[in-house]
Design a protein around this ligand. Structure first.
Ligand SMILES: [Zn+2]
Ligand SMILES: [Zn+2]
Length: 291
């Protein structure tokens, strides 16, 4: 096993295609560990299947869960703030989402997307948990709703980020992290690579969003958390060329810590420290000997 520890900050473990492992979930998890992935955040997309997500987090120490309704899952039961808060009280639930606005894929559905998004923002405020936000083609409304309903009190991550540098910087100014998926490895993602080069390393996270969006050289195949290593490598190469030197490799990019007050989970142990760190080189030295 690698001595590098990656965290997949966004995957859908309950939806993976396990054909490469003959349908054996445990074999997939073993391959994930072999690739150096130490933790995974398994993301909920609707309330109906949330019990599956929660069960995976209960069964595996290094898997955590989020609860929410994805902006393209219109058929899901509407999330009430009280239900999100209630489900988020589970000790392995460390985030609210995924939620957000996707006008790119569903531009006729702004009204309910906004209503659901506002409920998630309110639940994040109430619980103190980070928000996992999916945003596509909805820059102005995403930022405006976060400001209006978050009141400076919500933090979180813009996941699978593909929007512009200005949006990333505005979100970072609000205390958010930007999570980079396998899209960063795609040949036509030059603009995104330029954006990543311009963003501060300590505000970046990595993810697979598996089973979708497998990075090069697995593009087109079912994605798995183990491929977060390819995302890390790509991000590291972009950042090394601009910010660090080669000694800063290999990298570790960690999951956002839960900011839940009065609750010590494994992720909370990392709260307040940079979420990205390297095992050697400048960034690692600044972060001390954390695991
Ligand atoms: Zn998403
Ligand atoms: Zn997702």
């Amino acid at each position: 096993m690698s001595d590098v520890a990656f965290v997949d900050s966004h995957c859908h473990l309950d939806r993976l295609n396990l054909d490469a492992h003959n349908g054996d979930f445990d074999a997939m998890m073993a391959a994930t560990a072999e690739a150096g992935v130490s933790h995974m955040l398994c993301i909920g997309v609707d309330l109906e299947t949330f019990p599956d997500v929660q069960a995976l987090a209960e069964q595996h120490d290094h898997v955590y869960a989020s609860v929410g309704v994805h902006p393209l899952y219109k058929e899901s039961r509407e999330p009430q703030v009280s239900e999100l808060v209630e489900r988020a009280s589970h000790p392995k639930v460390v985030a609210i989402g995924e939620t957000g606005l996707d006008y790119f894929n569903a531009k006729e559905q702004r009204e309910w997307q906004q209503r659901y998004f506002i409920a998630h923002i309110q639940a994040a405020r109430e619980t103190g948990l980070p928000l996992v936000i999916h945003t596509r083609g909805a820059k102005d409304d995403t930022l405006a709703l976060l400001r209006e309903y978050g009141q400076g009190q919500v933090r979180g991550v813009l996941h699978c980020f593909t929007e512009d540098l200005d949006m990333a910087q505005q979100a970072i100014d609000m205390g958010f992290y930007i999570s980079i998926s396998g899209i960063i490895t795609f040949r036509n993602a030059e603009t995104l690579r330029d954006t990543v080069k311009a963003l501060p390393l300590e505000r970046l996270l990595i993810e697979t969003d598996s089973p979708w969006l497998a990075p090069v050289p697995f593009r087109g195949k079912p994605n798995e958390p183990r491929y977060v290593a390819q995302v890390a490598e790509c991000v590291a190469q972009l950042k090394v060329s601009t910010w660090l030197n080669w000694r800063a490799l290999p990298v570790t990019i960690s999951l956002p810590s839960s900011t839940r007050r009065n609750h010590e989970s494994e992720f909370d142990a990392g709260a307040g420290r940079p979420w990205w760190r390297s095992l050697c080189g400048a960034a690692g030295a600044a972060d001390g000997a954390s695991s």
